[in-house]
Design a protein around this ligand. Structure first.
Ligand SMILES: [Zn+2]
Ligand SMILES: [Zn+2]
Length: 298
């Protein structure tokens, strides 16, 4: 059960870790508009004390707190692509973690213009940062964060816990857009990012333990757009750049993954019962199928 549904007495998601590497879904909505039942795209992989954040949608810092994750333990941040549902709180996460007491270096990885975004964010918040450095004796924030722009497929980084590899995915007009594979000590976890059905993603996810894949319900989108003057353009964008639920199971089967986690649900205007997604995907995938929810630990 998602912690969000478990009531006030349930321990925070981050305290219910059971493995060497834990995957925590922080926000499972798709698209930039705030939703009632799902937070914006963000996930975390926790290995020991180290937290790796994947995408920084609106509210990521708050979702981490709800999950019981200590912002001071953030080690690296990865952005799949520069759409605002995935990066709106990139700067805020760094700032708020620092204000929580983070004082160890954080490397951030993502497509251009990540370096410029980091620089401009620090400039935008220069007043607050300066005051806190003087007033609270915090270490210089600008020196804590090192952005690394990812421009091509292949190895991204590795440390004692994880090895990260990127694949180019198809998400026009956003270029480059990446999927990331995390090889952890005990298993491998792949994030599709936002993409239409992608051969590169299937290659990247080959044999992985867990595939976290975006998904959309075209029929509901059609109904939602019935009276929208921009319906045709919007529908074309969605078809070109996202993956219908009828395709996701086949992709997971072709990649040979053990567990498929559905994520980045579109449309998100009304809650859609899990059964809708399961019924569409299950016939095409025989492994373990999980309908993702915010604060779920996997
Ligand atoms: Zn998105
Ligand atoms: Zn996107």
């Amino acid at each position: 059960m998602a912690a969000g549904q478990a009531g006030a007495s349930a321990p925070p998601a981050g305290n219910r870790r059971t493995r060497e590497s834990n995957l925590i879904l922080l926000g499972t909505a798709g698209g930039p508009t705030p939703k009632r039942d799902r937070s914006a795209p963000a996930s975390a992989i926790v290995v020991g004390h180290d937290i790796y954040v994947i995408d920084c949608g609106d509210g990521v810092a708050r979702q981490m707190v709800l999950a019981g994750l200590d912002l001071k333990r953030i080690r690296d941040v990865f952005i799949t692509h520069q759409h605002s549902d995935h990066n709106a709180d990139y700067g805020n996460l760094l700032l708020l973690a620092w204000e929580t007491g983070l004082n160890t270096p954080v490397n951030t990885y993502g497509p251009p213009p990540l370096a410029q975004m980091t620089e401009l964010f620090l400039e935008m918040q220069a007043y607050d940062i300066h005051v806190r450095e003087q007033d609270e004796g915090r270490p210089p924030l600008g020196k804590l964060f090192a952005p690394h722009e990812v421009t091509r497929a292949g190895p991204v980084m590795h440390d004692a816990n994880i090895k990260v590899t990127a694949a180019l995915v198809h998400h026009p007009l956003v270029e480059p857009a990446f999927a990331y594979r995390f090889d952890c000590p005990d298993r491998s976890i792949v994030f599709s990012g936002d993409t239409s059905p992608s051969e590169n993603l299937i290659e990247l996810a080959r044999g992985a333990d867990v595939l976290v894949h975006e998904v959309m319900d075209l029929e509901l989108i059609g109904r939602a757009l019935e009276f929208d003057p921009h319906a045709r353009t919007l529908r074309r964008h969605l078809l070109d750049s996202h993956t219908p639920m009828s395709e996701v199971g086949r992709i997971a089967t072709e990649a040979g993954v053990k567990t498929l986690v559905l994520n980045h649900f579109v449309p998100g205007i009304v809650p859609i019962p899990d059964k809708v997604w399961i019924d569409a995907v299950k016939p095409h995938f025989k492994g373990r199928l999980v309908v993702g929810h915010d604060l779920m630990v996997l």
